[in-house]
Design a protein around this ligand. Structure first.
Ligand code: RIB
Ligand code: NA
Length: 309
């Protein structure tokens, strides 16, 4: 089968507490709301692409537990193929403890669990889907070796790759850059990868250029309310793409909404200039920050104006 977007990545059950602020070390504070949702960067990105109308498949691993069962149903509800979703009894479904403050900012701890057991046998099984996809996305909530192997396979079959180095760690293998048609990270991930502060769009432009020189086709550094900075090997002059200002309720997963939208546009409009793609993805992500939760806040086709589809 030919998919628009295949994601090789993570699923997490999000355990979300809303509190006035993030607690300090050793401190207990009262929060005002708790809820459970579907998250994980890989799945979030896949869900956003699917909600915009992309034909999608998810390659991932969940536990043989109630969270895993529920997650598979969630994929079905979003029209995502579960042919390459595996369940294991060797680890629990991934979980994310998330605290969201009154400014809509967050702090997250993930316990990847079953996600770390996604490996080459699963990639082999998904080969048909992977090799014929228009776009393939990976992140770093699964074993980095599995992400790397997925990127290698995609490159071999001329599948366009989006790599989201999240959560980031220093000394990422240099191959990740070379295998990324689009390398997309946020400002704090860029800081970790480059070992320098990224505060302004000028800073972001500079680090984007350094990331580009490591071998990426294009680089996008997202900057939250400041939009993003885009550059590519064809035009390495950094372009700042601002976004419309909105009131943030919960920014969790906004980056995933952006990347899912990006993948949709690349699959549906392969020749749309990257700056225009980024401008539209900014708008899609700005919807998500205005609502609670991650996937619960992601817009559907019907929520978006025609010029965004
Ligand atoms: O990017 C947001 C996601 O990060 C959350 O859904 C959480 O599961 C963590 O993986
Ligand atoms: Na949100």
């Amino acid at each position: 089968e030919d998919y628009d977007v295949v994601v090789v990545g993570s699923c997490m059950t999000d355990l979300v507490s809303q509190a006035p602020r993030l607690p300090r070390v050793g401190e207990t504070i009262h929060g005002h709301k708790f809820f459970i949702g579907f998250g994980g960067k890989g799945a979030n990105q896949c869900v956003q692409a699917a909600r915009m109308g992309a034909k999608t498949a998810m390659v991932c691993k969940v536990g043989k537990d109630v969270f895993g069962d529920n997650y598979i149903q969630n994929f079905k509800n979003n029209g995502i193929s579960t042919d390459y979703v595996e369940q294991t009894s060797d680890a629990a479904t991934g979980a994310a403890s998330i605290i969201v403050n009154d400014a809509g900012e967050n702090a997250i701890v993930i316990v990847a669990g079953a996600n770390m057991l996604l490996g080459d046998p699963e990639l082999q099984k998904a080969q048909g889907a992977l090799n014929h996809a228009k776009v393939m996305i990976c992140q770093l909530e699964i074993s980095p070796d599995t992400s790397l192997n997925a990127l290698r396979a995609a490159r071999k079959h001329q599948v366009r790759t989006i790599f989201n180095p999240a959560p980031a760690f220093p000394d990422l293998s240099p191959e990740f850059y070379k295998l990324s048609d689009i390398f997309c990270c946020n400002e704090s991930e860029a800081e970790i990868l480059m070992g320098k502060t990224v505060a302004t769009s000028e800073d972001a432009g500079k680090v984007a250029l350094e990331l580009l020189r490591r071998g990426c086709g294009s680089v996008i550094v997202t900057l939250g309310s400041q939009g993003c900075v885009v550059l590519s090997s064809q035009d390495s002059h950094p372009k700042h793409i601002p976004t419309t200002s909105v009131t943030a309720v919960d920014t969790t997963g906004a980056g995933d909404s952006f990347i899912g939208a990006l993948a949709f546009y690349l699959a549906h409009y392969p020749s749309l200039p990257l700056e225009e793609v980024a401008r539209r993805a900014n708008v899609v992500a700005s919807f998500s920050v205005q609502k609670e939760g991650t996937q619960t806040s992601f817009p559907y086709q019907k929520d978006l104006r025609a010029e965004l589809l």
